[in-house]
Design a protein around this ligand. Structure first.
Ligand code: NAD
Length: 272
């Protein structure tokens, strides 16, 4: 196994959307530990306390841009900022995402469009606006640049009352294969792979469990955690750092021959 903090991303620039919390933050921390310079984006205002505290802790190699992944002008601004600050970008993690639950006949078109705009438009727009810079930067490495699109096990299999999230994450999975083929055909030095987390202990999962409790599926969140853990062969939730380890692999030269693939990190949940 690669030693943590072995600086194997020295000289690389990474961009991580939704990097202030959960899996995104863990990716930022891991990339920094491996020697990369990292720009992270999120919805929070640049002058907010959370941003101030997080950026002070992350140090000089990290910088922040307030940007909504669903807005094209925000991506244009983010890409321009990375270009101005670093002149290159080798790694893009399209991580920002949200969830939506409920019986299909109860979902509003507005809530459907909202999740699609964040989970699907966000991945498309990030890819679109970073590809020119990443194609140029990728020439320096055998494995080229690397796009890591965060899908889910819910992009592989369906789940009760999760149809909108299933649809959005399924789209991320196949969009990734499409761009992987496109880049390879044109010999554009960018690889693209999707990451499929199982149940990861993050603010998103916590809020999701609370909504299931509010909807009457369980009495308390602890019961939901116990039922998910019971259905997971490894017998526990994932930690964000375990997803960041997979993202590091996809970002590094160790995955230089890997494109259009799916990396499932789910404690065996979909193996059953
Ligand atoms: N936690 C899990 O169990 C799990 C499982 C499978 C997939 N995922 C996926 O992993 C990714 C990260 O999830 P997480 O659990 O770390 O979530 P999280 O909510 O803990 O963190 C996500 C971050 O993205 C930001 N964000 C949300 N909408 C945004 C937008 N429109 N523009 C910019 N930033 C935005 C949030 O503010 C937050 O900081 C998501 O795509 C999610 O669907 C999570």
């Amino acid at each position: 196994m690669t030693e943590l903090g072995s600086k194997r991303l020295q000289g690389r620039v990474a961009f991580v959307s939704g990097g202030l919390r959960g899996i995104g933050l863990a990716c930022v921390e891991r990339f920094l530990a491996e020697g990369a310079e990292v720009v992270l984006s999120d919805l929070d205002a640049a002058d907010s306390a959370v941003v101030g505290e997080t950026m002070a802790r992350l140090g000089q190699a990290a910088s922040y841009v307030s940007a909504n992944v669903a807005k094209e002008e925000d991506w244009e601004r983010a890409a321009a900022l990375v270009k101005e600050r670093h002149g290159k970008c080798h790694i893009l993690v399209n991580n920002a995402g949200t969830d939506l639950t409920g019986a299909v006949e109860t979902l509003s078109l507005e809530s459907w469009r909202r999740i699609m705009s964040i989970n699907v438009d966000g991945v498309f727009l990030g890819t679109k606006h970073f590809v020119p810079m990443m194609a140029e930067s990728g020439k320096d490495f055998r494995g080229g640049s690397s796009i890591i699109n965060v899908s889910s096990i819910m992009g592989l299999v369906g789940m009760n009352e999760v149809s909108a999230y299933n649809a959005s994450k399924g789209a991320v999975r196949l969009f990734t294969k499409g761009i992987a083929i496109e880049f390879a055909q044109k010999q554009t030095p960018i690889r693209a792979n999707s990451l499929h987390p199982g149940f990861v202990e993050t603010p998103l999962l916590k809020a999701g469990f609370q909504r299931w409790v509010d909807a009457g599926f369980a009495e308390k969140s602890e019961d939901l955690v116990a039922s998910v853990v019971g259905a997971t062969p490894i017998g526990r939730l994932a930690q964000p750092s375990e997803l960041a380890a997979a993202a590091f692999f996809l970002a590094s030269e160790d995955s230089s021959y890997m494109t259009g693939a799916e990396l499932v990190i789910d404690g065996g949940w979909t193996a059953q």
